[in-house]
Design a protein around this ligand. Structure first.
Ligand code: HEM
Length: 127
């Protein structure tokens, strides 16, 4: 954990600020609104647990929910290239809002971009 991206960005507190800045944007975004539940709190909490381990912090998500299998867990939801771009734009805005910058910002943004593209499971024209 020491020297992990998790530690470098400020651990628990920063990840909490990031998810708190991210989900209000997601639920208001035209392209994302239709696929997220109105009660976003459980999703926010799971993302907090997931990002913690994704960035090299304690494996909180797996401890509670088992192997993430993110692509499989996203399969019931229509994730198009357009929605992946929307998700990433909300994430970049959230990073801007909390002032996440520099080398770690680029690193995290890159990893999230790869993961978001990996979640795409439907072409754009089906929605
Ligand atoms: C859950 C959408 C990318 C992590 C979900 C859910 C939706 C969704 C609709 C289910 C919400 C519910 O419980 O009803 C999307 C879209 C993405 C995207 C449109 C765009 C590509 C990502 C990425 C990550 C991620 C890149 C990780 C960095 C999660 C996690 C959950 C989740 C951890 C909770 C899974 C669980 O049920 O345990 N997402 N997602 N998502 N997403 Fe995403």
């Amino acid at each position: 954990m020491q020297g992990s991206p998790y530690e470098k960005i400020g651990g628990e507190e920063t990840i909490a600020r990031l998810v708190d800045a991210f989900y209000p944007r997601v639920v208001e975004h035209e392209d994302l609104k239709p696929i997220f539940p109105q009660d976003i709190k459980p999703v926010r909490d799971k993302q907090f647990l997931f990002l913690t381990q994704f960035l090299g912090g304690p494996p909180l998500y797996s401890t509670m929910y088992g192997h993430p299998m993110l692509r499989a867990r996203h399969m019931p939801h229509e994730i198009t290239p357009k929605r992946a771009a929307a998700w990433l734009s909300c994430m970049r805005e959230a990073m801007d809002e909390i002032g996440l910058a520099g080398e770690m910002r680029s690193f995290i943004e890159e990893r999230l971009t790869m993961t978001a593209h990996h979640m795409v499971n439907r072409p754009d024209d089906e929605t």
